[in-house]
Design a protein around this ligand. Structure first.
Ligand code: GTP
Ligand code: MG
Length: 220
């Protein structure tokens, strides 16, 4: 089973948490509750293979920090999110990309697996970033691009499926970038939020509260 660590980056309020929660739990949360840092897990079956994802949902308000550099170092794939209703968030996503490229050893491992996401595509009347502008940036970065709506679940699963496939392809072609072997989790078959704030969010997951436990979720 592949064990993949995925980081979600983007400005505050673009919908990072809503995208992850919609993907993992299948619900939309209209109330804005700024994230400090959360890790979610989900088990997927894609192309007849099992993948265990650890998804790190970061704080959009945080300035770049050494913690963030640590996430980038240990992450296998990245979702860079802006809102189609905010030009500033589109500009910010380019700073996140530059940071990832600075930290990852591209000469050794090639370009990291990335999906550029323009969220809130349900809010067409508030759109200020055109689809073409997003596509153009993704072409420049040579990465995947999707417009999503966490609200109505448009393209939400597709983001993570695409990323997992990218990581799997990269691992096939480069043995040196193999992800770490599966670790024993306290909720091994679970699907949900597993921890909040920790020294290294990817290395020591704690059991999530009992009342939030979900049964194993496998997407076929
Ligand atoms: N219309 C619409 N609203 C959305 C969508 N996704 C998120 N929102 C709303 O945008 C606000 C911010 O969403 P969050 O998911 O908390 O944003 P975030 O990027 O995690 O923000 P930080 O945790 O502060 O970095 C909330 O009020 C959400 O309900 C979407 O696809 N469409
Ligand atoms: Mg959040």
């Amino acid at each position: 089973m592949g064990d993949y660590k995925i980081c979600i980056f983007g400005s505050g309020g673009v919908g990072k948490s809503c995208l992850v929660i919609q993907f993992v739990q299948g619900v939309f949360t209209p109330k804005y509750d700024p994230t400090i840092e959360d890790v979610y897990t989900k088990t997927l079956e894609i192309d007849e293979k099992q993948y265990s994802l650890e998804i790190l949902d970061t704080a959009g308000s945080d300035e770049f920090s050494s913690m963030r550099d640590l996430y980038v170092n240990s992450g296998h794939g990245f979702v860079l999110v802006y809102s189609i209703t905010s030009q500033a968030t589109f500009n910010d996503v380019q700073r996140h990309y530059s940071r990832i490229i600075d930290i990852k050893d591209i000469d050794t491992h090639g370009r990291p697996a990335i999906v550029l996401v323009g969220n809130k595509c349900d809010s067409e009347n508030e759109r200020v970033v055109s689809r073409e502008t997003g596509q153009e940036l993704a072409r420049k970065w040579n990465c995947a691009f999707l417009e999503t709506s966490a609200k109505d679940r448009t393209n939400v699963s597709e983001v993570f499926y695409d990323l997992v496939r990218q990581i799997a392809r990269k691992n096939q072609t480069s043995r040196s970038s193999q992800p770490s072997p599966p670790t024993t989790k306290k909720n091994p078959s679970g699907s949900g939020k597993v921890k909040e704030r920790d020294e290294n969010p990817f290395t020591s997951p704690t059991t999530k509260p009992e009342d939030k436990k979900k049964p194993c979720c496998v997407i076929l």
